[in-house]
Ligand binder design. Sequence first.
Ligand code: TXA
Ligand code: MG
Length: 336
Amino acid sequence: METLILEPTEENLALAGEMLREGKLVAFPTETVYGLGANALDPEAVKKVYEAKGRPSDNPMIVHISRASDIGQLTPMLSEGIVSLIDHFWPGPLTLVVKKKPGVPSVTAGGLETIGVRIPDEKIALDIINYAGVPIAAPSANLSGKPSPTKAEHVIEDLYGKVDAIIKGPDCRVGIESTVLDLSGEKPMILRPGIVTKEDLELILKKPVEIDPSLLTAREGAEGQGEFSPKAPGMKYKHYAPKAEMIVIEGHRDKVRSEIARLKMLNERLGRKVGVIFFEEKAFREAAHNFFADLRDLDAQGVDLILAGALSEVESLGFAVMNRMLKAAGYHIVTV
Ligand code: TXA
Ligand code: MG
């Protein structure tokens, strides 16, 4: 397939909107990561997204809209809580999982009765959705299992030749995917941590927000094999895996630093190329912003082994980055 690489000019954004409406696949930037868009109401278009990404078909798409009033097309009823979250966090990196209207194709929802919705906080994305005039299903624009793309070049690397167009926009500001909050059950529950934290949500909802227990126990066993299985289908798959072997080193910061140095030297002496990811203490936003790009950079450099220093998971933002880091390492952890 020929893939158009488009600069984000007004003309090209209008073209991208038109292509999406007609059932084509267009990748575009959001504030979190790049998304691979398709008309959410067109089952054939959505099927092509699963194919292009190599994504399991039981993994639902997040539907992107540009105006809060458009949520009425997707869900039958809005509680007071949902409305206050929308007022406070949209546009922004928060996906709300709500009951799905029957008119939304089942394939978009991965066969579930609920649907994830958000308004992205990125003008290019909003313009494209407006021009399309339909809700846009958009998973992260990476091949399934690879790190999420935070730069246009990552999308080109993964999807060139597999999609109709890629918008060559700016690097993503946030760098990790949106927080996914399930509002379809009795209690609000975070299914995927992100930069909108449990504390942020509780402040607005004025009630406790739970965290999917599988997120807390994942490190105890191999993924999906712990006591709890994740409620978001996408959280059960191996994710973000770099080509290199990866180890997370956790413990007291000074000890982590010297263990990384020791393992690096040891491995280099035996002829292995070693890459290191070690963020400043408490530089959580920076860590979120850089983590996926760092993984791709190290792969491009052809390293055999990545040694990554753990962040504090006591901080909600550290927890969100660690969720990705531990998955990337396949829960290969060394404690010092
Ligand atoms: O920041 C983001 O959310 C990016 C940008 C492009 O918006 N999108 C994104 O989409 O990360 P994706 O498809 O890569 O991840 C969506 C996650 C998956 O883990 C999926 O299982 C979960 O959200 N999800 C979507 N709809 C759901 C639903 N109805 N119930 C439970 N989990 C859902
Ligand atoms: Mg993804």
